[in-house]
Design a protein around this ligand. Structure first.
Ligand SMILES: Nc1ncnc2c1ncn2[C@@H]1O[C@H](COP(=O)(O)OP(=O)(O)OP(=O)(O)O)[C@@H](O)[C@H]1O
Ligand SMILES: [Mg+2]
Length: 200
């Protein structure tokens, strides 16, 4: 699914991650931990092709569905984005060259919104609290039924009920779709058992 080989990442010549190698198989779960600034988000962005590779390689199976939930503070870029919560979650069903959503897409998005207990479907992004925003981004990623899910501190800002929904739903995705998960986390009180922990 995902194979990282001797990977070095950084910004303008400054190396943040050096010679990292690991593999993530279908249905696998890897945690990424480490101090603030150690390069956890950089690693996810590198896998997504958003950060230039300095050395090494990243191999991802062709044609797989990838979903990404960015870290909390990175996502509030445009408060007045002209789309409702309903439409933003539905974007999780978007695919390259796909022009329209079908009833299955609408159904999957509705299911994810119900499961994350998102009620204000006609609201806009800027009208939500931090935890509500997190639920929307998680619902958008989860309704994609992805093969590979990249999560950057997914529980940040979630209340106890939100965390429980997140863990149950994540386990369901892994069982049903064999989703591989790479998850940045500082939380050591998790009811998930990772195959591997990468400490940056
Ligand atoms: N766009 C950028 N340009 C230059 N340097 C950057 C950029 N983004 C991040 N960095 C630097 O790269 C290092 C790693 O940042 P990164 O965001 O990956 O850390 P992190 O492990 O996710 O930290 P946190 O736990 O705070 O989320 C930091 O020193 C940061 O200053
Ligand atoms: Mg980070």
């Amino acid at each position: 699914m995902l194979c990282v080989n001797n990977l070095s990442l950084g910004y303008s010549g400054h190396i943040i991650i050096e010679e990292l190698s690991f593999e993530l198989a279908s249905g696998g779960l890897i945690f990424v931990t480490g101090a603030n600034g150690s390069g956890k988000s950089t690693l996810l962005r590198g896998i997504l092709g958003l950060t230039k590779i300095l050395l090494g390689e990243i191999k991802i199976n062709k044609g797989i569905k990838i979903a990404y939930v960015p870290q909390a503070e990175a996502e509030r870029t445009e408060y007045n984005f002209p789309a409702s919560i309903r439409e933003i979650v539905l974007m999780g069903r978007q695919r390259p060259f796909k022009l329209f959503y079908n009833s299955r897409d609408v159904q999957a998005a509705s299911y994810a919104m119900t499961r994350f207990e998102i009620n204000n479907l006609d609201a806009q992004l800027g009208q939500l609290s931090g935890g509500q925003m997190r639920r929307v981004l998680l619902a958008r990623a989860f309704c994609a039924e992805p093969d590979l899910l990249l999560l950057d501190e997914p529980c940040a800002g979630l209340d106890a009920s939100g965390r429980e929904i997140f863990y149950d739903y994540l386990n369901d995705l892994r069982l049903k779709y064999n989703t591989a998960v790479l998850m940045v986390t500082h939380d050591d009180n998790l009811n998930l058992k990772p195959d591997k922990i990468i400490n940056l």
